[in-house]
Design a protein around this ligand. Sequence first.
Ligand SMILES: [Fe+2]
Length: 132
Amino acid sequence: MPHHDATLADHSVAVAFYAFKMAKLCGMAGNADQIVRGALLHDFFHYDWRTAKPRSGGLHGFDHPREALENAEEEFGPLTRIERDCVLRHMWPLTPIPPRYGESLLVCLTDKAIALQESWRALRSGKGLGVL
Ligand SMILES: [Fe+2]
């Protein structure tokens, strides 16, 4: 289930790593554990988004955060309110409700930066984005 030429695991670890680094720079190191868990789980869905749909039958971009949260809580038990917000709100502003906490805003912005870097790398390698 690649995100362009990166796997979802590669993507999630990169988001967690850079969100952790940014948390330290932004004075949020006290909640770094929740930021890392939220980042690692933000895309915890189990289908290839290019060829399949979420369980809801809706659009991937809008519905995968809810599915990722359901999968995460089924696998690991209840998440904290910050971890839940990291997962549920990471697609803002595509999804209309913004992150509620600084920690979840940090994961949301880091996800976009990493996705942009992955897209740029895929384009530069000549592989394209693999979505068209
Ligand atoms: Fe996502």
